[in-house]
Design a protein around this ligand. Structure first.
Ligand SMILES: [Cu+2]
Length: 167
């Protein structure tokens, strides 16, 4: 049931973003402001990247919480995730887990690419977001914003799970 709600949420978010975009276009066309549009759209424009199955693994307030999700890019151009922020985290870093000599380590990365017409999974053992000083509760949700290289951003609401995750 949780998953159903989630899917519905992300679908609604997508529909909402599309609606916003066409409204902006209509508005600009109406007033003949096309040349101003790139400036207006910068920093706040919706992205063509969609998010599915976001979730947070929360352990303790003193332990960074990992955030997992899947990003899909439906456009002809590659997209690049450059950063993320949330009021529930003192900072929200892009991380990558990798195994080195039998131990798993994670490192901060400066970007996460989403190929044109492709998908990237932020998942255990791979890319993920790391929420420092998490302020959240199991069974609650957190809101975050993902920021992309083209200046677009994507709002995401993610459910919070304990160590076992969504099983
Ligand atoms: Cu990490």
């Amino acid at each position: 049931m949780k998953n159903k709600e989630l899917e519905l949420d992300s679908r609604l978010a997508r529909v909402h973003m599309k609606a916003r975009k066409s409204r902006i276009k209509q508005f600009a066309g109406c007033l003949g402001l096309m040349s101003l549009l790139p400036g207006l759209a910068m920093g706040a424009s919706p992205t063509e990247v969609t998010v599915e199955k976001p979730w947070v693994r929360y352990l303790l307030p003193s332990t960074p919480a990992a955030i997992y999700l899947t990003l899909t890019n439906s456009t002809d151009a590659p997209a690049v995730l450059l950063g993320a922020s949330s009021a529930s985290c003192s900072s929200l870093m892009l991380h990558e887990s990798m195994s080195m000599g039998g131990t798993t380590m994670m490192m901060e990365v400066s970007s996460i690419p989403v190929p044109a017409h492709g998908t990237v999974s932020l998942t255990e053992g791979s890319y993920h977001l790391m929420c420092m000083d998490p302020k959240m509760q199991v069974s609650g949700t957190i809101k975050m914003t993902l920021d992309f290289q083209d200046g677009s951003s994507l709002p995401v609401t993610a459910p919070v799970y304990g160590p076992a995750g969504p099983r």
